[in-house]
Design a binder for this molecule. Sequence first.
Ligand code: MN
Length: 297
Amino acid sequence: MMPTQLITPHSATVGRFVVQRSLPRKAVRTIGAWCFADLFGPADVTPSAGMDVGPHPHTGLQTVTWLFAGEVLHRDSLGSEQLIRPGQLNVMTAGRGVVHSEEATPTYRGSLHGLQLWIAQPDVTRHGDPRFEHISDLPRFTRDGIDATVFAGSFDDAVSPARHDIEVVGVEMHVGVGQHELALRSGFEYGLIVIDGNIDVDGVSAKPGELIALGHGRDGIRLAAGLDSHVVLLGGEPLGEKPLMWWNFIAREREEMNAFYQRWQEDPSSFGTVATELPLIPAPAPPWSIATVEPTL
Ligand code: MN
């Protein structure tokens, strides 16, 4: 069993928002197939500050969008135009390539708060067709002071209808003050992202934005909440592959990544086009094209 580890996020800028990125980090690259986690907000959406992320491509991953407050308009090269609100789920499977934008709506003013997550696709499906799924109603359960919504996979008899290529679990939990036992699957890796409040596992205490990495080999954990807290549990079967992540692409080899980069520079519409007025986001050059360094996101 891996020791319980506190992972502090680093700040990154996405569109006009500062986000707390807890995956990937040096100490922990993936939790199951979850390979990217940005916590954005809570931040006020105003005419000059909202989430306006112009069209950009993805390959070899699923994006999972889960909001706690606010609303975001998703558009993609499959023709999808979907408003998402708290309690609803957007899952976009990139496969061999897709383009999307995420923007503020003209009408919403208020707080925006949520998670943008990625799941690496296994090699057997990552060259497949892109698709988009919106699920407006997710299963919930309440027990022992925990109010939970299962947005990915299954937990405690609640099963999310979202499709995934590898076994994962994602659960949003409101946790009351005190101690709580959670049953886990020993074959899964797990991590807990604290959204609000304060959570302690095995003496490791985390505050909002921080991730408690739990590794695999546990059939349960005890959470101690010092105040009413809000957390997201991520888990899944170990990926068993080494995805190469750079910018918005996932590949396996640098040659493949270089080809994605070149295609987005020279022929972005080959990934598809999005019906939005936001400008395309240019890709930075892969770091290994100027120096031999390990890619970091
Ligand atoms: Mn994206």
